[in-house]
Design a protein around this ligand. Structure first.
Ligand SMILES: NC(=O)N[C@@H](CC(=O)O)C(=O)O
Ligand SMILES: [Zn+2]
Ligand SMILES: [Zn+2]
Length: 426
């Protein structure tokens, strides 16, 4: 017996929503058609929602092992499916960091116990993410890592980055970079080095602290031939460097977060609420415009949330001492749909691609496509009902978001992973 998703619509090649039923059997999509034979199958009413391939997030922090007070693999994977994400790639800045086969195995076991979203762990580039010694790339690959990154910190040494890229290229693994040159950081700086930091008399985080690493690494990627991916791109100069790198034939991709697309430093409230503190910081209005332009012209390959849960106590430490980071899994699609698609900045088709097939293509994942034969990772989204973002409804332990109270359409109502219903709210 299979499951038919009925009374739903899918995007066609032209980007129009057209009625379509989807049959799911034994974890795969086995048929698509305007009306399918219901005989012997369970029929689920999608209430006119959009049926899409499950969303993919190449950048989340699940905090386990070590920081279970912020999030666990179970709560994070549950937050993922509640947000329509069926695959999430989790970052290695845990304790211990994901720098050993044991920790990779631990995470994969916990994720399959949770039985929610697929969780694909990143391996650390350097041991304990200290930037001093490369991890065992081949061993980590064998254990099942998604790609390599030291996200949370930048790889400071150019020589170390070059060595990492050479080795990763040999093994066919991507190097994914948190771009931040610590030489250019002022301790305690929390906001972008721009008008808002200046108005508050605060030290700022300059755009060059990011873009210098982006430029350096694109040159190294050109040399080594590795697939190089830039995390949470935020500065207009970084976008330009990636655009030029692509033009020059370098194998470079990048992601942008929903918050950098939707907010800029001028939106930060005067009380300096720490839910507006994240790394990289919200940059200027011009940077935000450059990110949207980069999405439109294909320079930016995908949207990734950088879901970074922290506790209320940690976030209550004031703008200088609170940790960087905001949650994103449960608000990404509604926010982007409402504030980029409904406003006419992006088409719905483009938004869905940026969250499905584009990350799948960049990282050669077998997900993200609504095709017969593909794994049945599916998301149904209600594009009509408006609801207000309410952190008390989050499955995540983190409620650190600057978007509480925003009215949005585009809420996921049904999520299937591997043919199993893991979230349903209809
Ligand atoms: N983005 C953030 O502001 N914080 C991330 C670290 C990171 O993504 O660099 C975290 O782990 O909390
Ligand atoms: Zn980062
Ligand atoms: Zn991150």
């Amino acid at each position: 017996m299979g499951i038919i998703l009925g009374n739903g619509n899918v995007l066609n090649q032209a980007g129009e929503l057209t009625p379509m039923e989807i049959l799911v059997e034994k974890g795969r999509i086995t048929a698509k058609g305007e009306t399918l034979d219901r005989e012997g199958h369970e029929w689920i009413d999608c209430h006119g929602g959009m049926i899409s391939a499950g969303l993919i997030d190449a950048h989340v922090h699940l905090r386990e092992p070590g920081f279970e007070h912020k999030e666990t693999i179970e709560t994070g994977a549950k937050a993922a499916v509640q947000g329509g994400f069926t695959t999430v790639a989790c970052m290695p800045n845990t304790r211990p960091s994901i720098d050993s086969v044991e920790t990779v195995t631990y995470i994969l076991d916990k994720a399959s116990e949770a039985g929610m979203a697929r969780v694909i762990p990143y391996g650390a580039i350097t041991v304990r993410q200290l930037g001093k010694e490369l991890t065992d790339f081949a061993g980590l690959k064998e254990a099942g890592i998604f790609a390599l990154t030291d996200d949370g910190v930048g790889v400071q040494s150019t020589a170390m980055m070059k060595k990492a890229m050479q080795k990763a290229a040999e093994l066919g693994i991507a190097i994914v970079a948190h771009c931040e040159d610590e030489d250019l950081l002022i301790p305690g700086a929390a906001l972008h080095d721009g008008v808002v930091a200046a108005r508050h008399g605060l030290p700022g985080i300059p755009s060059e602290s990011e873009s210098i690493h982006v430029g350096r690494d694109i040159l190294l990627a050109e040399q080594t031939g590795v697939h190089y991916h830039v995390c949470h791109i935020s500065a207009k100069e970084s976008v330009r460097l990636v655009r030029d790198g692509k033009r020059a034939g370098v194998n470079v991709t990048c992601e942008v977060s929903p918050h950098h697309l939707l907010l800029c430093d001028e939106d930060i409230p005067d009380n300096l609420d720490t839910n507006w503190k994240m790394n990289p910081p919200l940059r200027s209005r011009e940077d935000r415009a450059a990110l949207i332009a980069g999405l439109k012209d294909g320079t930016i390959d995908m949207i990734a949330t950088d879901h970074a849960p922290h506790t209320q106590e940690e976030k209550a430490n004031g703008i200088n001492r609170a940790p960087f980071g905001i949650v994103g899994l449960e608000t990404a699609f509604p926010l982007l749909y409402t504030n980029l698609v409904q406003t006419g900045e992006l088409t719905l088709k483009k938004l869905v691609e940026l969250l499905t097939v584009k990350p799948a293509e960049a990282f050669k994942l077998p997900y993200g496509r609504l095709e017969v034969g593909a794994p049945a990772d599916l998301t149904v989204i209600d594009l009509e009902t408006e609801k207000t973002i309410d952190p008390s409804t989050f499955a995540s332990k983190g409620i650190n978001t600057p978007f509480a109270g925003w009215a949005c359409k585009g809420w996921p109502t049904l999520t299937l992973v591997d043919g199993k219903i893991v979230y349903q709210n209809v």
